[in-house]
Design a binder for this molecule. Structure first.
Ligand SMILES: C[S@@+](CC[C@H](N)C(=O)[O-])C[C@H]1O[C@@H](n2cnc3c(N)ncnc32)[C@H](O)[C@@H]1O
Ligand code: SF4
Length: 374
């Protein structure tokens, strides 16, 4: 049987952070209950499909999944377990926020078989946390991380750099603190100023300045060096892991492996189809009751190859020529002769030991390199 990843989206947050445009709404207890009932129905709708797979990764993401009550999470995980064949060597992650984790919840996560916890920290600097509208202080994040470490040795922390007024020294303090606390995985994202967010409006009004691209890339390189020196091996543009603790679930996205997304705004990749769920409660609830997806896209063989190239190049492993040839029954170097020639001549990609991967310079302008292959 083929392997499958499952993503479950929880679209609630206590407050919207000023930079974030993920699909999420202000937490409401009765809405959450209603939402979980619909997730359970969506799992049932997929029972036939799930019988054909072995699930080896589960990721409950958000939004803020740690806002689920113990009863809601237990019902959800039990409903899922009834529908899936779980691989004995599975990875099960829950995304959390320092405000809404407690010892009681952590214990239940463990009992439910969750074996990886991801905590959104963003920075260990109180000034920056206030600027971006986080509800926790650096000390509160530290306390919750220490608590989580009692129950989980596979612990990931999320950070954003190039926040308004943030210096390289601030970023290094955040990385060093994460390492001292014992994180096994660190995600470090460059701030994206998303249209429609409060932070974007503040920058447009001139209240804050953000780093130019040169400064942003300089901080990225220094931060990457610091992470590597502390034993966090980079395996993707924004992701670093110690002792092989990379995110198996996220790696599926970069390898175009199959996954089923459940919940609002979730999407799935099953064989040559992408399914999309609606991004409003009413539409999502209606679709689930009718057992339909909001939208779908059939990927041609060429679409799949293009997406694979773009995603896989994000990883440090890059594109292994033998692997892509076998996976898609092609001669990669023949089909993309011109593109590969241009990318290697311009020192955007390097070839070594039968694989192509980004140079430092190429990684800095990854979006522009990707266009070559579209
Ligand atoms: C969808 S959030 C969920 C995490 C959790 N709700 C929290 O914030 O504590 C996942 C991660 O995406 C990153 N992120 C969200 N918006 C971003 C943006 N505009 N630019 C860069 N990274 C962003 C943050 O690091 C965040 O922790
Ligand atoms: S960063 Fe996390 S907590 Fe903040 S609004 Fe986005 S999903 Fe919610």
């Amino acid at each position: 049987m083929n392997k499958l990843g499952i993503y479950i989206h929880i679209p609630f947050c206590e407050r919207r952070c000023k930079y974030c445009d993920f699909t999420s709404f202000i937490f409401n207890q009765s809405r959450m209950k209603d939402y979980v009932d619909h997730l359970l129905l969506e799992i049932k709708n997929n029972e036939e499909l799930l019988k054909n797979y072995i699930v080896d990764t589960i990721f409950i993401g958000g939004g803020t999944p740690s806002l689920l009550s113990i009863d809601e999470l237990t019902c959800l995980v039990n409903g899922l377990n009834e529908a899936i064949n779980l691989d004995e060597n599975y990875e099960f992650t829950i995304e959390t926020n320092p405000n809404s984790i407690s010892e009681e919840k952590l214990l239940v996560y463990k009992e439910l078989g969750i074996n990886r916890i991801s905590i959104g920290v963003q920075s260990f600097n109180d000034r920056l946390l206030r600027i971006i509208g986080r509800l926790h202080t650096a000390d509160e994040a530290r306390e919750k991380i220490k608590l989580a470490m009692k129950y989980f040795d596979n612990l990931s922390l999320d950070f954003i750099f190039s926040l308004p007024t943030e210096t390289l020294a601030d970023v290094i303090v955040s990385i060093d603190t994460a390492s001292e606390l014992g994180a096994s995985h660190i995600s470090l994202y460059s701030l994206i100023l998303e249209e429609g967010t409060l932070l974007n409006a503040l920058v447009e009004r001139g209240v804050y300045r953000v780093n130019d691209q040169v400064t942003d890339r300089l901080i990225y390189r220094k931060a990457t060096e610091q992470l590597e020196s502390l034993g966090y091996k980079q395996y993707e543009i924004s992701n670093f892991a110690k002792n092989g603790c990379y995110s198996r679930h996220n790696y599926k996205y970069w390898s175009m492996d199959e996954y089923l997304g459940l919940g609002m705004a979730a999407h799935s990749l099953i064989k040559n189809k992408r399914f999309f769920n609606a991004s409003t409660f009413n539409e999502y609830f209606d679709d689930v009751k009718k057992s339909i997806y909001h939208d779908e896209e059939i990927l041609s063989h060429e679409d799949k190859i293009t997406e694979y190239i773009i995603f896989k190049l994000r990883t440090n492993e890059g594109i292994i020529v033998n692997e892509i040839n076998k996976k898609y029954d092609i001669d990669f170097e023949d089909i993309y002769r011109e593109e590969l020639k241009k990318a290697t001549e311009e020192k955007l990609l390097k070839k070594c030991d039968g694989r192509y991967f980004y140079t430092e310079f190429g990684r800095d302008i990854a979006n522009q390199v990707e266009i070559l292959f579209v």
